[in-house]
Design a protein around this ligand. Structure first.
Ligand code: ASP
Ligand code: MG
Length: 421
């Protein structure tokens, strides 16, 4: 359940009803919650550091966000909730300066620690027998190799192999559990994060590790649409998607799912249901295996802003072995993740993944370009937009895309790429 799905009494009514329905049907349920909506943003502003007055104001704001929900529920915070709150207050006192990544992660984790404690209380008062689990005892970060300045603690990945022991342990404790999205344990037991929006991915890891029958992502929209409905009012709800379509849509700009959440489910063939907490009866989107007889079709159009495009030109690349290896070694060395790529005999054009490269500043970029220029001449175009048409087997219907390509007639296009899947 995402942030907006845990922020109101109505949403919690839906959560309780869904839980009861599943428990009643003999299922075991693990509820994974985000922080209340807006809380992680506030915590990360706190972690940026500031004066005592601004720390106090932010803490008050955080308190009132949670207090508002307690008031509407007509209950008082539990001792467990208050203990997390106290710990958060202690951390906040350090925030007169910008926090180091490890402390920042611990600070941000409190959004979920608080919301899950609150959630446990609500489930209990609905008459449910629920165990609260600390996600850091269930999920462990994979040792990250790329960056070593500590910032890797803020966007880790975890193993998604099935873990029958964990499954057994949880089933021994009860059939209903609640835990935090977004957080895991890292090296030496440090708290680490799965990146902003990472609760979806937490839920997917849990589903994979517990060999779940289904993964339900409850959010504030009725499912995945063929385009962003705020921009394209005639966009349609997509009732079914394959894992790879969902993966491409999520990675290329559909903001509804955290992109790394698809893979763990896909690898274990666990169906994913995107559901709207405010309209639980709506069918939502189901993500699963591709239908074998499905024809090529564009399922969705998504866009991303702030994409950087690099063109590398090297006239002597023709019939030479190793140019790409040399050039991409520079990308690797400087920690830049390549997103899209297209090549001709003398130029290679790539786009940089805006998320994966966000940590890199201008000075780092200059050093990177300077090194790359040992192998080719480089031009950089920043602030580009990428537009992706996503669907299975698009290559079989290229002719049908001509009308879509007309739209680009008067635009400055830096690259066009078509991928085999
Ligand atoms: N609370 C975290 C965030 O806002 C994780 C999530 O909501 O998925 O990024
Ligand atoms: Mg969220």
């Amino acid at each position: 359940f995402g942030g907006t799905s845990v922020s109101s009494v109505d949403c919690w009514d839906t959560i309780c009803r869904q839980v009861k329905k599943n428990i009643g049907a003999g299922k075991r349920v693990l509820v994974v919650v985000s922080a209340l909506s807006g809380v992680t943003n506030l915590l990360s502003r706190l972690a940026e550091g500031g004066g005592r007055e601004s720390i106090r104001e932010r803490l008050l704001e955080l308190e009132s966000m949670h207090a508002g929900l307690f008031r509407s529920l007509g209950t008082e915070p539990s001792a467990e909730f208050r203990a997390h709150w106290k710990q958060l207050g202690r951390l906040a006192r350090e925030c007169t300066r910008k926090l180091e990544p490890a402390q920042r992660a611990l600070m941000l984790a409190h959004g979920e620690l608080l919301s899950s404690s609150l959630g446990r209380q609500i489930l209990e008062s609905a008459g449910l027998d629920v165990c609260w689990q600390d996600a850091r005892t269930l999920l462990e970060a994979r040792p990250e190799s790329a960056r070593n300045d500590g910032s890797e603690l803020l966007a880790v990945r975890c193993d998604d192999h099935a873990d029958p022991e964990l499954d057994l342990r949880l089933s021994g404790e009860g059939s209903l559990h609640i835990t935090q999205g977004f957080i895991a344990s890292g090296p030496g037991g440090l708290t680490c994060l799965l990146g902003r929006g990472g609760s979806d991915t937490s839920a997917a890891y849990f589903a994979a590790r517990l060999n779940a029958e289904a993964l339900e992502i409850w959010t504030d929209v009725p499912g995945i649409f063929s385009a962003d409905p705020r921009v394209v009012p005639e966009a349609r709800l997509l009732r079914r998607l394959s894992y790879s379509e969902a993966q491409e849509l999520a990675s290329m700009g559909a903001r509804i799912l955290h992109p790394p959440s698809i893979q763990p489910a896909g690898r274990h063939a666990i169906p994913v249901f995107i559901k709207d907490t405010n309209r639980p009866a709506e069918p939502g989107t189901r993500i699963g295996e591709r239908e074998p007889d499905e024809e090529g079709q564009v399922k969705g159009v998504v866009s991303r802003e702030n994409v950087t495009v690099l063109t590398m030109e090297n006239p002597s690349m023709w019939h030479q072995a190793g140019f790409l290896a040399d050039a991409f070694a520079v990308f690797k060395g400087h920690g830049y993740s390549v997103d899209l790529i297209s090549t001709s005999e003398s130029t290679v054009t790539v786009s940089l993944d805006p998320q994966a490269s966000a940590h890199i500043d201008e000075a780092a970029m200059s050093a990177f370009i300077a090194e790359l220029e040992q192998y080719c001449s480089v031009s950089v175009h920043s602030g580009c937009m990428s537009i992706s048409l996503v669907g299975n087997a698009i290559r079989t219907i290229l002719g049908k895309l001509s009308a879509a390509l007309d739209v680009f007639q008067d635009r400055h296009i830096y690259m066009v790429t078509q991928s085999a899947n």
